[in-house]
Write a protein that binds this ligand. Structure first.
Ligand code: ATP
Ligand code: LTN
Length: 334
């Protein structure tokens, strides 16, 4: 608890351009939760280097992502928006928690298996211990809730296991966090392969809608979206492509799947795809305008970066000092 409010932590990697999946699965929920919780939203750049990055590009993407958090509607005066690399406590707690995590647990992580298959030439130890750093991110702030997409549930589970293990040895040190999954759009799928999640690192540019795509591009990508030959708009597990488009449309328009099915009864896929494209463009347009505006306000963004890093450090140090003492590190002489 901070000032009587429960704590919320979440983060995104500054790798690739954010997709509609990131927006619907994560950012959109963040916006809805910002008043209820004391929030920490991090640009998790330490996580990004588990995959080789171009330094200038990483720096620029990280700045863009942080700006995008604000452009999407997170008020930086209320929400602690900061770079993970500006708070050394993440890495320090990460190391300590490494010593409380079993290799057997990490071997089961599906994201590690997926990413090591994708980057077979660079299966580094950081990629392997990635979930432990993520646990440190969360536990550092005594977090109560973590809004994430479904793909991150396994990481939340290991975070809880590590925290419970630590608490069982040393007493109540960490708050045990709960995941928060939004009602619709927990998993937005690729437009080119509805069996795969929409991902910012997909090489097929038509598979994902990027948050900065213009209206024409968005509509073109939806027109090309892979569906099926049923020629009927229904919400079921067999018609995966249509299911995904309905999820997207619902997330953009706040309609329910039943309402959408009724709305498009007797209509063709072409009409439906166009409507989905338009609803997405309408949702993204204000965000894009705010982003281009904010990008110009350099000194304002700089002040946010500085102030919020200080705030995050304050809370991080509180937890870290407690943990260091518990595990037996000598006290600092001041
Ligand atoms: P990458 O492809 O580089 O692994 P990603 O697109 O999966 O990246 P992350 O940075 O791993 O994105 O995720 C940021 C947040 O967005 C997480 O909370 C994640 O659960 C959510 N998210 C990512 N993709 C989707 C998706 N397709 N549907 C719903 N939520 C998603
Ligand atoms: N692993 C997450 C990003 C992430 C995160 C976190 C999310 C890193 N640390 C802490 C929530 C809480 C991802 O790949 N989406």
């Amino acid at each position: 608890m901070i000032d009587g409010k429960k704590v919320l932590f979440s983060g995104m990697q500054a790798t690739g351009n954010l997709t509609l999946g990131n927006y619907i699965g994560a950012l959109k929920n963040w916006l809805e939760l910002q008043d209820e919780y004391e929030t920490f939203y991090s640009v998790v750049d330490l996580h990004s280097i588990t995959v080789r990055q171009d330094p200038a590009e990483l720096r620029s993407r990280a700045r863009k992502l942080l700006t995008l958090y604000i452009a999407a509607g997170l008020d930086p005066e209320k929400n602690c928006i900061y770079y993970q690399s500006h708070v050394s406590g993440h890495a320090e707690l990460g190391w300590i928690l490494d010593c409380f995590t079993y290799m057997g647990e990490l071997n089961r992580m599906t994201q590690f298996k997926d990413k090591s298959a994708k980057h077979a030439d660079n299966i580094n130890a950081g990629l392997y211990t990635y979930p432990v750093l993520m646990a440190a991110d969360i536990l550092l702030y005594q977090t109560d809730v973590v809004p994430v997409g479904k793909d991150q549930l396994q990481h939340l589970e290991i975070t809880r296991d590590i925290a419970q293990r630590f608490n069982a040895i040393y007493g109540d040190v960490f708050t045990i966090p709960e995941p928060y999954i939004g009602k619709t759009g927990a998993k937005i799928m690729s437009l080119q392969d509805p069996e795969k999640k929409m991902s910012k690192s997909d090489e097929n540019l038509n598979a994902s809608i990027y948050l900065m795509d213009d209206k024409d591009t968005i509509i073109r990508k939806f027109k090309r979206a892979v569906t099926d030959s049923e020629a009927r708009i229904a919400y079921n597990e067999e018609q995966k492509g249509i299911h995904n488009l309905i999820d997207i449309y619902c997330a953009c328009t706040k309609k329910t799947p039943d309402e959408v099915v009724k709305e498009f009864e007797g209509k063709g896929y072409g009409d439906f795809k166009l409507a989905v494209g338009e609803s997405v463009a309408d949702l993204l347009n204000p965000l894009q305008e705010r982003f281009y505006q904010m990008e110009k306000e350099k000194s304002y963004i700089d002040s946010i970066i500085k102030n919020n890093a200080e705030k995050a450090n304050y809370y991080a140090q509180k937890t870290l000092r407690k943990v260091q003492k518990k595990v037996g590190f000598p006290e600092k002489i001041r």
